[in-house]
Design a protein around this ligand. Sequence first.
Ligand code: B16
Ligand code: MG
Length: 214
Amino acid sequence: PAQALIFDLDGVLTDTAQTHYRAWKRMADEEGLPFDQQVNEQLKGVDRMSSLEIILRHAGRTLSAEQKQALAERKNGYYVEAIAEVTPKDLFPGVARVLEQARARGLKLGLASASRNAAALLDRLGIAGRFDYIADAARISRAKPAPDIFLDVAAALGVAPARCIGIEDAAAGVAAIKSAGMAAIGIGDATTLAQADACLADIAAFDVDAFVSP
Ligand code: B16
Ligand code: MG
């Protein structure tokens, strides 16, 4: 039976996938870089600089390392500004219930977000204290789809990967979970997340008791 649940943050527990999109879009519009929701799909779960590289590649624009750093920082400024407004009301419906159900079953809870703003966002959402371990994305060498961040969380929780269930909204994240040797629950579009073992429309549809046999 599963002993731990390892959650992604953006797009799973709260709607910051859209907040990231709006911050990138604001920067892209200022720079005249074509960018839309379709390109944004490839950014989900991908770290900050790799996200910018995808936008630039799509726009056919080449920039120096300094210029890229400046654009990534500008986007992050817009994002940080937006999440300062986040409150516990911004949790997706069902999150509090899922965390309680998991706790009642004695499951360990971990967070595997690629975001360097994850700790601040969890604080704003009022759920930082619910997790046994929160990965520090800045200390993970290879980003999703590499398994590193999920393996880091499993090791910190002291649970074998085969006893962990990862929950992700991004294709890169589901790939990371599978390559870590864990079961994957995809949240969102079943076609985009075809690699997941099960796919749910949203976190509210996650019944922990139904997934975790006693
Ligand atoms: P930051 P997740 C990811 O978080 C987002 O999905 C992705 O869009 C974002 O670029 C990445 O975090 C980095 O975020 O710029 O705040 O460090 O989905 O892994 O929780
Ligand atoms: Mg995500």
